[in-house]
Design a protein around this ligand. Sequence first.
Ligand code: AMP
Length: 214
Amino acid sequence: MNIILIGPPGAGKGTQAKRLVSERGMVQLSTGDMLRDAKTSGTEMGNLVADVMARGELVTDDIVIGLIAEKLDSLDGAGAIFDGFPRTLAQADALEALMASKGSEIAHVIEMRVDDDALVARITGRFTCANCGEVYHDTTRQPKQSGVCDICGGTEFTRRSDDTEDALRTRLMAYYKQTSPLLGYYHAKGRLKTVDGMGGMDAVSTQISDILTN
Ligand code: AMP
């Protein structure tokens, strides 16, 4: 089963996607992670998108559609969780065509709804384990043992360069202007489900599980 998680930055898409990977053996396809990897490895494309990402703007459709097309070829039957893709109507159309060409489809599009004020607080305190990507927060979720990742024992943590208030404002504007029209797009296809993303991680996981099992 393939699903899309859709929501503003800080809604918890990545966190929930990681849970689905470990609980259901699905594969997380995060275009944000793919772009950050390209940036870190210093590829031509990575260098090209670095400034756009730092400002919080969207990179071009061609680049992200190309990244997703490449990954879809190596899925091997596992269910995909699209995390941060599609973000524009052109990307959504491209995904429909790609899935159809593989005789596959998107079963559910899950909107994670969170208030803007909560997003700012979540994003500006967020840090992740540099080894496994587990997400923590300065005030709401510190590792059990200070400086040591609960999941993998890693001791290095990173903060995203676009998790600043300025970049977040641009990212939120991009979400409401370019991505939120997708809610109507998928609603019209009868695939849109909405979860309340304001609760704790477990409460959100339960709502998503209910959607996937019904
Ligand atoms: P994310 O990790 O999903 O918050 O993405 C981080 C940044 O990567 C975004 O602010 C964009 O600059 C870029 N990005 C990720 N996914 C996409 C996408 N589907 N379309 C355009 N830009 C994207």
